[in-house]
Design a protein around this ligand. Structure first.
Ligand SMILES: NC(=O)c1ccc[n+]([C@@H]2O[C@H](COP(=O)([O-])OP(=O)(O)OC[C@H]3O[C@@H](n4cnc5c(N)ncnc54)[C@H](OP(=O)(O)O)[C@@H]3O)[C@@H](O)[C@H]2O)c1
Length: 549
């Protein structure tokens, strides 16, 4: 496998000979070994081959793989259902490839872009055939999977947090390790967890340990404008040029220090113990050093919350390799270094902070989306690899009021995309709720309106409505389904049927005062036929719990 520069050069050489119309990205099909015994060098190499080389490739081919008729088809071996099945993701590093691919689709909407997932044991020739077939049909679904002889995609399902299973008890004995603790939303969530538990908190962040006596920390909240003027004056007094950018930088550092101090204060106010560490999570030795202190002082971790992160939005051509590494590595190397350092120390629950950008992809966030989806898929793999650990991934929508999404033009972009900003009062208690009221494992999306993220990629959901072959394949035997109009991922199945008492005896014979009325039984029949449209060859066993209102 080439080094990034050599890979780019090779691709450019190919382009000098002629156009490239498509890319098959198959690196994530390779065995990746056991994460728990993998060393850092192997981890880096595995991700370089899978996602960082994909970034170099698609950045170089960005103008080529854009128009209708061009394609990027990636393949993963997460298990055939992208890790959303009870056994969890099989080869979870493919999550980074899935996250990248979804973002590529959002940047290059006219190209055919898909990530096709396979079972662990899928053989090479079946797989090759499927990947080619997927290139040729159904532009409507980006995430496709093959499992148990069936073709799958995925959508969202609403599930209650209270699920009858026992949740965690959070009390003064609970040991929390929280990364990104000086993050705005993380500080607020830490305060919430502290208030309910009064437990022990190990708080990790890049931000230096704040000085509680620094008067600027309080002023950051109570008199921000006056503080800004003071910062300006102080810079000038030092004989430096006081630019607005410099003042904003100092203000941002104070925001972080203030958030870190708030987290520490909240733990102490609740009678808990706060241990703050200024640490770069990408530094394996530094992380190991902190986790060793956790091991010596507490001997276990009850809740590991990995929330450190960075975000810089640039479309691929403007996203240089340094930026990609910076954004990707905080989340991915940070997570690897933590898990590696924790080793076999008891670990009751993990929570990773992902994003709707990881779930759906988001233009400008190829690095962030790849890293977030990687965290989600590793979380999913814990069902098999760490069954004693309850692992959760939260795909947050953009928060309003506090946090990284309130900076720059993000709120405006969210509004244009029809995505609601999450009110902090809704987000803050959520981690506590998920941990304590039930037994949720896996990935949850937290947000309100998701706007364009739930738009279908194709108005008919990829069904070729005018093609009689497709109609024949999709229609079910029976009187209620005349024509499948569309089969969207988020919007479901639509069927067109003309009901005419002159044609259908069940209407002719079922009239009240001369008005034909659809018999309830035929409504139920319509459900059964609709279900068979989606699963031809299956058998309807029963339709239960029907209520006529
Ligand atoms: N806020 C949202 O709307 C939103 C939405 C979806 C997902 N999320 C996720 O939620 C998490 C927290 O978000 P937030 O809004 O609180 O973010 P934030 O305010 O930007 O805080 C993130 C924190 O992580 C720290 N960090 C960055 N690189 C690090 C490293 N190498 N080692 C240790 N710490 C590092 C940052 O320090 P520096 O400031 O010094 O870089 C910062 O204190 C992130 O993982 C984010 O992806 C947030």
């Amino acid at each position: 496998m080439w080094a990034p520069d050599a890979l780019q050069k090779t691709l450019e050489d190919w382009l000098s000979v002629g156009p490239v119309h498509g890319v098959y990205w198959l690196g994530a099909l390779d065995p990746e070994g056991d994460l728990s015994t993998m060393d850092l060098t192997t981890w880096h190499e595995a991700l370089r081959i899978r996602v960082k080389a994909l970034y170099v490739t698609m950045r170089t081919l960005y103008q080529q793989i854009a128009a209708p008729g061009t394609f990027l088809v990636s393949a993963t071996r997460l298990g055939g259902q992208h890790g959303y099945d009870p056994s969890g993701a099989f080869a979870p590093l493919g999550g980074a490839v899935a996250g990248f691919t979804k973002t590529y689709k959002r940047e290059r909407i006219d190209a055919m872009v898909k990530v096709v997932d396979f079972e662990a044991e899928a053989n090479a020739s079946d797989l090759a055939q499927i990947v080619i077939e997927e290139t040729l049909r159904d532009p409507a679904a980006v995430e496709i999977g093959y499992k148990d002889g069936l073709r799958w995609t995925m959508s969202l399902e609403e599930q209650p947090a209270v699920d009858g299973q026992a949740g965690l008890t959070l009390d003064k004995d609970t040991v929390f390790v929280i990364t990104g603790a000086a993050g705005s939303i993380v500080s607020a969530i830490t305060a919430d967890l502290a208030a309910v538990s009064g437990g022990t908190f190990y708080l990790l962040d890049l931000v230096p340990k704040p000085d509680p006596d620094n008067p600027d920390l309080g002023r950051f909240v109570s008199e921000k404008e006056a503080l800004k003027r003071d910062l300006f004056a102080r810079i000038q007094t030092r004989g430096e040029r006081a630019t607005p950018a410099l003042v904003e930088k100092q203000l941002a550092a104070l925001e972080r220090a203030h958030a870190a101090q708030c987290a520490i204060d909240a733990v102490q106010a609740a009678g808990g113990r706060a241990n703050y560490f200024s640490v770069n999570l990408t530094d394996a030795d530094a992380v190991a050093h902190v986790i060793n202190q956790v091991r010596q002082q507490s001997g276990r971790i009850d809740v590991l919350l990995h929330a450190a992160g960075m975000e810089r939005s640039h479309l691929l051509p403007d996203k240089d390799p340094r930026e990609f590494d910076l954004i990707f590595d905080v989340k991915s190397d940070g997570w690897f270094n933590l898990l590696h350092a924790i080793g076999k120390m008891p670990l009751k629950a993990t929570v990773v902070f992902s994003s709707i950008a990881g779930r759906f992809g988001n233009a400008g966030q190829a690095d962030y989306s790849s890293a977030n989806d990687l965290l989600c898929k590793i979380t999913s793999s814990f069902r098999t690899t760490r069954p004693a650990t309850r692992a959760l991934a939260i795909d947050w929508s953009a928060w309003g009021g506090i946090g990284m999404a309130t900076r720059g033009s993000i709120p405006k972009m969210m509004e244009l995309a029809g995505i609601d900003m999450l009110p902090p009062e809704a987000g803050i208690p959520l981690v506590r709720r998920e941990l304590t009221v039930g037994g949720t494992r896996g990935e949850i999306v937290v947000g309100q309106r998701l706007g364009i993220l739930l738009n279908e990629w194709d108005p008919t959901g990829g069904v070729e409505v005018s093609q009689s072959d497709d109609q024949k394949r999709l229609s079910a035997p029976g009187p209620m389904v005349a024509k499948v109009a569309s089969m969207g991922i988020h919007q479901g199945l639509s069927i067109d049927t003309v009901l005419d008492p002159a044609v259908q005896p069940f209407l002719h014979d079922h009239q009240i005062d001369g008005t034909p009325v659809l018999p309830g039984v035929m409504g139920i029949e319509a459900f059964a036929e609709a279900a068979l449209c989606m699963l031809p060859g299956w058998h309807i066993e029963a339709i239960e719990n029907v209520n006529f209102l």
